[in-house]
Structures are given as C-alpha cells and as structure tokens.
Design a binder for this molecule. Sequence first.
Ligand SMILES: [Zn+2]
Length: 343
Amino acid sequence: MYTVKRTRTVSCQTASSVDKQFTEKSVQCDNHILNSYNRDRKSSHLTYDELVENYLGNNECIIKWLQELEIIARSVVCPQCQNLMVLISCNDRSDGYKWQCRKAVNGKRHKVESSIRKGSWFDNSNMTLTEILKFTYWWCIGLDQSQIISQLKLSPNTGVDWTMFCREVCLATIEKKTEKIGGDGKTVQIDESKVGKRKYHRGHYVEGQWVFGGIEQDSRKCFIESVEDRSEKSLIPLVQKWILTGTIIISDCWKGYINLEKYGYVHKTVNHSKEFVNKDGDNTNKIEGHWRQLKANLPTHGRRKYHYSTYFAEFMWRYVHKQADLFWVFLNDAKQLYNPSNI
Ligand SMILES: [Zn+2]
C-alpha cells in the first residue's frame, strides 16, 4: 500500500565494532552519546536542545550514534570481493564519510564506494543527516510542514515528500501491528463518518472519504479504515477483521449494523435521534471524539483521496503512542522499514 522510497542494492552485515572505524578522538563523543541515550530513554522526552547538543555535534558523532542505533549500517560487504568495506572520511559527500574497498583480487585492485546511508531512512536525499534528523524530530513533535520547510529552507516539494515518507512509516507500522481488539467482556464502540467533505470558495467541491473505526472502551486500542461506502457489505468484513467475536459492540442505529449479532457479537445501540446515552448508559462518545480529533488533524487543503490512509495511519500512530517519546518510537519504526542490514 505504501511506497518504499529507495532501491536496495548493497549487502550489509552487522559485524565489526563501531569504535574501530573511527579515530581515537571520537571515543569520548561515543561514550557521551551512549550515556545520554540510555538516560534519555529512561526519563523524560528528548528535547530539541538535547538532540542538537548530544547527537548532532558533527558528522562523526551523528554517524556513530546512528550506527549504535543500527539505523545506518555498522558494516558493509564489498559487492565485488565480499570483504568488509572500510569507513573513510571524505570531502566529496555531505556526510563526510563513505564506505570504500580497495582490495586486490587476483592481483587486480578495485575501488568500490558506497554511501553510509544505503538502505537506511536517510538514503536518496539531498538533505544533510542533520537536516533529516531535525526534520524527523520536528515532524514527530507535530510541527507544521510549512514551518519545517521554512526552518530548513527546503523546497516545498522536498517538504511534502518527506512528510509523506514519515506518514508512510506510520502506515507500514500500523499495518504490520494489526491486532484484533475487544474479546469476551470487552466493549468496543464503532462508528462510520465522512471526513474531508468540504465546499471551497468558487464552488470547488471535495467529495470526502468514508471512514470506519472502532475503539476499545477502556484502552487506546483502536482501528481506522477507509471504506468506499457504509453499506453492510463493506462494514461487516471490517468488523470481523478487527474485532474479536464475543465483544460487546456499541453503535448508533445505522442499518449496516443490524445483523452484528449473527456474526457472534453482542450488539447494543444508541439512537442518536433520541438520545446520546441509552437506558443502560451506553454511548459512542469515545469514537465520536476520535473522529473530531481526526478531522481537526487533517490538513485543510492539498490532500488527495489516496493519501487518506496515510493520514489515518499517522493519526492512529500518534494516538496509540500518546505517552511515549515519538522521536524514539519513530526512529525505531523507521528502522524496521528501512533496515540497512536487510538489503
Ligand atoms: Zn572489494
């Protein structure tokens, strides 16, 4: 569903120690990074100042840090001779370092070079490592795309592309972690809604997109799916995909839900034309609040229908990880998708 933004060609291994690849003067930098990294993860969220001061000092620090996190490759195998390549400093790349192999095979010396970014979140970009890390950090804390573009003096296209890449990481993560919600004794509120329906000035009309979702009453477990329409035929398969049988499902009186009991669920309804809470105290406030927040978080213009699934994924990703440090969560999720040791 999502597009992977890079091609993957060079083989990598995790083998040699990161320290060996750098000069002695960088060792202190490394210890500092590891200590503060561990401390940051245990305690409060990483602030922007801490990011800049602790990790973005210079290319060497950044690369060592990214290698420790295994976000970029710790070692790379030469595609010509299968030996480990050497990390060398250089002036012809913004990273200041590159992988190189100059070994001789059968008396003939070859020269193979490779980017330290190959296969990683940083691959195929003209931005510096610092710029991408700042972009990622600001995106995670919810800075507006136009503000990030202006801070980093990026072209609008680059900014749009990278926010899309960020949302794709959310989509891939959410899709991979698909887990049914509810179960015996659990209650799930479900509802369908249309998002993005809007009439702009000069009569330009945007059709909008139906969404269907559910949320567990006593947790942050939830799902959101785009649907073509809200017919029973469209909704029931999604209920079965996402909600365990035996679950108590609360919905409004939409006719698409009338057969839920036949599929193994306990179904309770709230008639919204008459009441917000039924006689048993059931309501759908939580899922309706979810829609309100989702709609408030959708950009007001420039979005296309096929991008909706990534917006929904971003919304869910932020919702599920509300208490966590989103920057660390994101780096870890991006690593699963752009894993340099898998290429
Ligand atoms: Zn080689």
